[in-house]
Ligand binder design. Structure first.
Ligand SMILES: [Zn+2]
Length: 142
């Protein structure tokens, strides 16, 4: 059975904050980043503690990649970005989670990784998060 790790905050907050979660499979949870400076910025997080892609079984790795791709496609449909960035870093906490970052030619860091400059954070109202979550869910359900 896949295991959670006691001192990992990602393990502890898989479904938090609950109002940002828009996707769940046996392998992953998809949710919005509370910071929506990049419209549609989302995470797809492995549902148990593992630190490297190569440590997953072929089956788990395949479903983790499929989930990520499925969510990326839905985000592209909803937000219509000019490019999608896929990042799997784990420097802050080594628990496998994808950063899916829709990029727009209008964004101030266009052409560069999002980590290379400073940016303001952008928070939505509860209603606006809900609206976005509903749109992604509807698109995933198609
Ligand atoms: Zn963890």
């Amino acid at each position: 059975m896949p295991k959670l790790k006691e001192d990992c905050w990602i393990c502890k907050s898989l479904h938090d904050p609950a109002h940002l979660v828009f996707f769940e499979s046996p392998t992953s949870v998809g949710k919005l980043n509370p910071d929506q400076f990049f419209k549609g910025y989302s995470f797809v997080t492995l549902k148990w503690h593992s630190e490297e892609l190569y440590q997953l079984s072929d089956k788990d790795r395949k479903s983790f990649l499929e989930d990520m791709s499925r969510v990326a496609r839905a985000l592209s449909e909803v937000f219509n970005p000019d490019k999608m960035n896929y990042e799997l870093l784990g420097n802050g906490m080594p628990h496998l989670h994808w950063h899916l970052i829709p990029r727009y030619k209008t964004d101030p860091l266009w052409g560069r990784p999002i980590w290379t400059g400073t940016r303001q954070r952008k928070r939505f109202s509860r209603e606006d998060y809900q609206r976005v979550v509903d749109r992604i869910r509807a698109t995933l359900g198609k």
